[in-house]
Design a protein around this ligand. Structure first.
Ligand SMILES: *Cc1c(COP(=O)(O)O)cnc(C)c1O
Length: 393
């Protein structure tokens, strides 16, 4: 019999009832060190006092108002995002997938008026943009699309790192945009080198294409800059944001330049819940903390500490791990054994990690984790690796 919850996830038999910072307490009292952060969502960890207080205060005010009216919390967050980024304008969503939907619609609308043949968007193998019909068509992997055809047309996936194929595809007359994650998350923590992000910007400029960055996972301070593309010193025309921006409250956004967004006039898009006061109040509180230069500096310092420890871990368990990859606190351990074994050995040692494609174990701790949390995480991973190694021998 089908379970009451549609079984699209294979879940660990664990439920959590309390959390603080990088720690979660399961029913029964076991304490887990959280290096998954709900897949890069709980940027400020669990029960951050500022976020708890913000939501509590906002909960006493109207929860929902509709975008038929002005929403001051939404305006404040949009203004702040515009101030902090390349963007001139923002649309709020409830998730990354919805941000992807709008990014795709915005590209198409832009070209519908300028050069209607340019309906195709170039994406990359291993990409992940969400689970809607547009998002799975954009990513194009067999795993996500099988059985869901006919797929939304207008996407071409290019091999990761094949510059020739990219240059040839970008020159075609029906291409309107390139969409890419500056650091692939689900694809196995694969950062695009800065020089490639610059190259993509140049290529888009040469052919007049829109550049769309999906920073749903790598954005909001995760790499030690507010957005991952800040490292490369280039900016997109359109950017998708979600996950960390709500610190655990469902919130997403599409940020865009005026030129890219100009065709999105009244009535061309909408969302009942997008930009609601609860989400925007929390988002503003998150941004107020994460955008602080001193906070980002701390993320970079802790990221360097964790990375150094992980390099040591890989060196001492060469039978289990192949390499460390990633940026900031978005790190991956490429495994020589099945990554699921490492995730499960870590779980047995009360530590949460997340698997990814390419046989990688993802480490996405809350950005507020402490030096002691890092030391503890490294110790638990070391014990997990030793257990995996002993089992394999
Ligand atoms: C998680 C993710 C999405 C989808 O976000 P949802 O909030 O799950 O809809 C899109 N793009 C990237 C890069 C992601 O990591």
């Amino acid at each position: 019999m089908i379970p009451s919850i549609l079984p699209t996830y294979s879940r660990a038999p664990l439920a959590f009832e309390a959390g603080e910072g990088a720690w979660l307490t399961a029913t029964g009292g076991r304490r887990f060190l959280d290096f998954g952060a709900g897949i890069a969502v709980n940027a400020l960890g669990h029960a951050h006092p500022v976020l708890v207080e913000t939501l509590r205060r906002q909960a006493a005010r109207p929860w929902h108002l509709s975008n038929l009216y002005e929403i001051p919390e939404q305006k404040a967050l949009a203004d702040r995002l515009v101030e902090e980024t390349f963007a001139d304008t923002v649309f709020f969503t409830n998730s990354g997938t919805e941000a992807c939907e709008l990014a795709v619609k915005m590209v198409r609308k832009h070209w519908s008026e300028k050069d209607p043949a340019r309906t195709r968007i170039l994406t990359f193998e291993g990409a992940f943009h969400g689970r809607s019909s547009a998002a799975i068509a954009a990513a194009g992997s067999e795993k996500m699309t099988k059985g869901f055809g006919p797929l939304l047309p207008g996407f071409t996936q290019l091999p990761f790192g094949d510059h020739e194929a990219l240059r040839a595809a970008a020159a075609e007359a029906d291409v309107g945009a390139i969409m890419v994650e500056p650091v692939q998350g689900e694809g196995g923590i694969r950062p695009l080198p800065d020089v490639c992000l610059k190259g993509l910007r140049d290529l888009c400029d040469d052919h007049g294409l829109l550049l769309v960055f999906d920073e749903v996972q790598c954005g909001m301070g995760r790499t030690g800059r507010l957005f991952a593309h800040d490292w490369a010193g280039v900016s997109p025309d359109i950017m998708m944001v979600a996950k960390g921006i709500g610190g655990g409250f469902p919130l997403g956004a599409v940020l865009a330049t005026e030129a890219a967004a100009a065709a999105m006039t009244a009535g061309t898009h909408g969302s009942t819940y997008g930009g609601n006061p609860l989400g925007c109040a929390v988002g503003l509180a998150v941004l107020g903390i994460v955008a602080e230069p001193a906070f980002l500096e701390e993320v970079r310092r802790k990221a360097a500490l964790l990375r150094q420890g992980l390099e040591g871990l890989v060196a001492s368990h060469p039978d289990v791990f192949e390499e460390v990859r990633g940026a900031g606190l978005m790190l991956g351990l490429k495994c020589r054994v099945p990554n699921t074994e490492v995730v499960s050995a870590a779980l047995d040692r009360d530590m949460l990690t997340v698997g990814a494609a390419d046989n990688v174990v993802r480490l996405l701790p809350p950005l507020v984790l402490t030096d002691a949390d890092i030391a503890e995480g490294l110790a638990r991973l070391d014990r997990a690796a030793a257990a995996v190694s002993a089992k394999a021998a």
